[in-house]
Design a protein around this ligand. Structure first.
Ligand SMILES: [Zn+2]
Length: 386
């Protein structure tokens, strides 16, 4: 049994009194939180810094780990997407698996205990089975043409089955508003609701996405032209992408909106009014990598959005570290309270993935992991201590 105290303890929801001691069992489960007055002082391990629960990375693509340092920065989303398509099978599956394994180890060392991971195939099953990290896989579906909705859905269910039979947590997820028909979104959200699972969608990562929905103009026409896909069936909605697709997600469904870089106040108000189970995932390092911009995080905080954090993939990030995402937000948006960021990195992510019975907060019988954060000038470092 260990008795652990720190300069500051963050429970997952709030900072605790400085005299609180975490009592940890040998299996790293929490036995209790007690006052330092109730334990022999010589037994206490004291750490200088902040101790918080293990981090939850709610948005990653382990499958793209081999694309580290491959795709140029600041190209914008359309050219980024084309580079992904061009390069994603540029090395053997065996080498892709090695890079996934390495990415998994990197996340573990960086204090990440659970990941919401986007997958298009079953290739990541092996590293996920071997990992010490908990994975919830979002099998991602792409199909803008509504005529293809049922065949894409069926193929997605087959991929999902590969994860289910290996006893890995998983559910279906639409890729993005500009790449998934509302019919397909309805099929996915009905299935997720039936199985009690969350879903996820990339949202408003670029201005082009809103242009596409508002007026069927903008950079996505170039993408579909390059892919030689007809858009005859697609009619502009005269609304933003979020306003156009969110009504097709059942509102009891825990739904993650990833990026939100170009979400206006009108979008945020609309979404929060319509859907009570939304989580807004920030991936600031990927936003800087691809679009060289950041979402209006102050707006999301002021509007009481439930925030989570994600690393996105090594195709659009130089590391897989939730702490590096926090450091980036601190650097660019110093007015955002640390408490808000730590809660996004721990409790909110665990609640979204439906794993808050084990992860995301310091409470009796949970096994959330313990991270020690130490500040050097304006940036934090992380050490996993349990
Ligand atoms: Zn992504």
């Amino acid at each position: 049994m260990r008795f652990i105290s720190a300069t500051q303890l963050f429970s997952g929801k709030d900072f605790l009194n400085s005299n609180v001691v975490i009592v940890l069992n040998t299996d790293n489960s929490i036995e209790d939180l007690i006052s330092s007055n109730d334990v022999d002082a010589t037994k206490i391990e004291h750490f200088e810094g902040i101790i918080c629960p293990g981090f939850i990375n709610t948005h990653c693509h382990l499958e793209l780990s081999h694309l580290k340092n491959t795709i140029p920065q600041h190209t914008g989303i359309v050219d980024f997407g084309m580079e992904i398509i061009k390069n994603r099978n540029n090395i053997s599956e065996e080498l892709q698996l090695e890079d996934m394994q390495q990415a998994d180890t990197e996340m573990y060392r960086n204090g990440i205990v659970a990941v919401g991971d986007i997958s298009n195939t079953g290739l990541s099953i092996h590293p996920k089975k071997k990992s010490s990290i908990f994975y919830h896989t979002f099998v991602e579906l792409i199909g803008l043409n509504p005529e293809r909705a049922s065949s894409v859905f069926d193929a997605g269910r087959q991929t999902l089955t590969q994860f289910i039979i290996k006893d890995l947590a998983c559910s279906l997820a639409p890729h993005a508003p500009y790449s998934t028909s509302t019919l397909l979104i309805e099929l996915i959200s009905q299935m997720c609701l039936q199985t009690g699972n969350p879903t996820s969608i990339h949202n408003q990562e670029s201005k082009a996405e809103n242009d596409f929905f508002n007026s069927k103009t903008g950079d996505y026409l170039r993408l579909y032209d390059m892919l030689k896909l007809s858009l005859d069936f697609f009619n502009p909605t005269n609304k933003s992408s979020l306003e156009s697709v969110l009504p097709y997600f059942t509102n009891e469904l825990r739904t993650l909106l990833v990026h939100n870089t170009f979400s206006s106040q009108q979008d945020v108000d609309f979404a929060n009014k319509l859907h009570p189970n939304l989580y807004w995932c920030l991936c600031p390092n990927a936003n800087l990598y691809i679009e060289n911009t950041l979402p209006d995080i102050e707006r999301l905080v002021k509007s009481n959005c439930t925030l989570t954090l994600g690393t996105d993939s090594l195709a659009s990030n130089t590391s897989l570290s939730i702490l590096n995402e926090i450091n980036t937000i601190i650097k660019h948006k110093p007015s955002i309270p640390l408490k808000t960021l730590l809660k996004a990195a721990t409790y909110n992510g665990a609640q979204f993935l439906g794993i808050d019975n084990k992860f995301g907060s310091f409470e009796k019988d949970k096994t959330p992991g313990l991270n020690l954060l130490q500040k050097k000038s304006t940036q934090y470092s992380v050490t996993k201590i349990a």
